[in-house]
Design a binder for this molecule. Structure first.
Ligand code: PGA
Length: 253
């Protein structure tokens, strides 16, 4: 049986206006009719509801790129997980390296966001990954600690609503993804960490995605040898032909 892999497109702070977002989405929608496999589009929050309302199909789901860990309050400019959910999001990206870097988000805050997102009924795409690779492989320890911290409020039952996106920060926005063999090594390692935190059953059941410079050129090899359950795609998710091709390859064609 062909393995189904989820593809999550993170549009980040793009495009710069709603009209362009609608154009890109409408082309993705058109192309998706011949494709099998789950695609999730995470547009900027102000576009979410408009795109959700324009789509009646089942192949594309929507996600939010971030949300705060409270559902209401005097929090100017913040957006809550229940706002995202009620605007049509099914998924929530948490702990992306750009939020860690730009907004200074620490694992303690990420842990609260993971819990709040699960409680709002969202599936969490928890991002983790090392900034650099050192010779002593200390990055393995930092990934383990990061996962422990970020998942500290999540019990076994809630893990059914969490997937892990491994994203080596040094590949994000770059030209080259990590080698499929190294990706495979990291998925094994992350499963080991999840077994330590929870148990083997939870570890086996958790979807592990890869993200970082995934594109139409490298996706075939990543899918073939990376042992991943899905992909988190930045830049190429804004190019309709490319993201649809990635979904096609990810689902064995
Ligand atoms: P990229 O971004 O595909 O543009 O490298 C990946 C990400 O940030 O998730």
């Amino acid at each position: 049986m062909k393995k189904k892999r989820i593809v999550i497109g993170n549009w980040k702070m793009n495009p710069s206006n709603l009209a362009d977002a609608k154009k890109i989405f409408s082309r993705i929608k058109q192309l998706s009719s011949d494709v099998t496999g789950q695609l999730v589009i995470c547009p900027p929050a102000p576009y979410l509801y408009a795109l959700v309302s324009s789509y009646k199909g089942k192949k594309i789901a929507f996600g939010a790129q971030d949300a705060y860990w409270q559902n209401s309050g005097s929090l100017t400019g913040y957006l809550s997980p229940t706002m995202m959910e009620s605007s049509g999001a099914k998924y929530l990206i948490v702990g992306h390296s750009e939020r860690r870097e730009i907004a200074g988000e620490a694992p303690d805050v990420i842990a609260k966001k993971v819990l709040a997102g699960v409680e709002a009924g969202l599936t969490i795409v928890l991002c983790t990954g090392e900034k650099v690779r050192d010779r002593n492989a200390d990055y393995l320890i930092s990934i383990k600690e990061d996962l422990r911290e970020c998942l500290k409020k999540i019990d076994k039952r809630m893990m059914a609503h969490v997937m892990i996106a491994y994203e080596p920060v040094w590949t994000i926005g770059g030209r080259e993804a990590m080698s499929p063999q190294d990706i495979h090594g990291m998925t094994i390692y992350i499963r080991k960490v999840l077994t330590e935190i929870y148990d083997k059953q939870i570890s086996d059941a958790t979807q592990i995605l890869y993200g970082g410079a995934v594109n139409v050129e490298n996706v075939t090899d990543i899918v073939k040898d990376g042992e991943i359950d899905g992909l988190l795609v930045g830049r190429d998710s804004l190019v309709p032909e490319n993201i649809i091709q990635i979904v096609t390859v990810a689902n064995g064609k």
